[in-house]
Write a protein that binds this ligand. Structure first.
Ligand code: DC
Length: 220
């Protein structure tokens, strides 16, 4: 069974998708990490982000692997490196390239073949797995998402203002939604889950109940 979990940054997708997969004993796929890994490799190897065919060729030859919570590119642990601001900015450009998206979509479908999986991203329910048994679009109001991000960043000693976070989140939402290919949007048949006022546990319980109501079961 395939469960897709799409939605904007800061809605709590990663935490929810990981926890849901763990609860079910299913595989978890972080497709954002795949785009980030390609961006990291392009920066690392000096491939111009303007040269979309070259970035797509690079994406096609990379071995992106997930090992528990680690992300490996050609055996190199990039778990931390793909979360830097430089890589985040480059990832947006990589994710805009239709040729790169083609490569990623094929890889994601290959990874999901013959297993129960929770797959997280922006286009999983719309483009990659249009026949998924359950599609979830996880969201929260812009203010709530920015509040969560602000709390996380200030807890790490970062002095960033709430207004800055809100503005960059809006820019990211706009870019994700305006992408000509693979734009972020809820599939017509997606279940919308708004997480305002819900804690992580409540969100996971809600998702588990949706999976069960669609006939999904935890692996023994
Ligand atoms: O979920 P994230 O923040 O790690 O995603 C990183 C970037 O990749 C973000 O700009 C959205 C983009 N992305 C995408 O275009 N399609 C996906 N399936 C997943 C992420």
């Amino acid at each position: 069974m395939i469960v897709t979990l799409d939605g904007p940054a800061g809605a709590g997708k990663s935490t929810a998708a990981k926890a849901l997969a763990r609860r079910l004993g299913w595989r978890y796929l972080d497709t954002g990490a795949m785009y980030r890994a390609v961006a990291w490799a392009a920066l690392h190897r000096g491939v111009s982000l303007e040269d979309q065919p070259a970035v797509a060729d690079l994406a096609d030859t990379l071995e992106i692997r997930f090992d528990a919570d680690r992300v490996l590119v050609d055996g190199h642990d990039v778990t931390q490196a793909i979360r830097t601001q430089d890589v985040t900015a480059a990832t947006r450009r990589v994710a805009d390239a239709a040729a790169v998206r083609d490569v990623m979509v094929k890889q994601q479908r290959r990874i999901a073949a013959d297993c129960h999986i929770v797959t997280e991203g922006r286009d999983q329910g719309t483009v990659v797995f249009p026949s998924a048994e359950l599609k979830i679009f996880l969201t929260a109001s812009a203010a709530e998402r920015a509040r969560r991000r602000h709390r996380e960043r200030t807890a790490c000693g970062d002095q960033v203002s709430f207004a800055t976070i809100l503005a960059s989140q809006q820019a990211r939402d706009d870019a994700d939604a305006a992408r000509p290919v693979g734009a972020m949007r809820a599939a017509d048949d997606a279940m919308l889950v708004a997480t305002d006022g819900m804690n992580e546990q409540a969100v996971v319980e809600k998702l588990v109940s949706l999976v069960i109501s669609c006939g999904g079961q935890a692996c023994p």
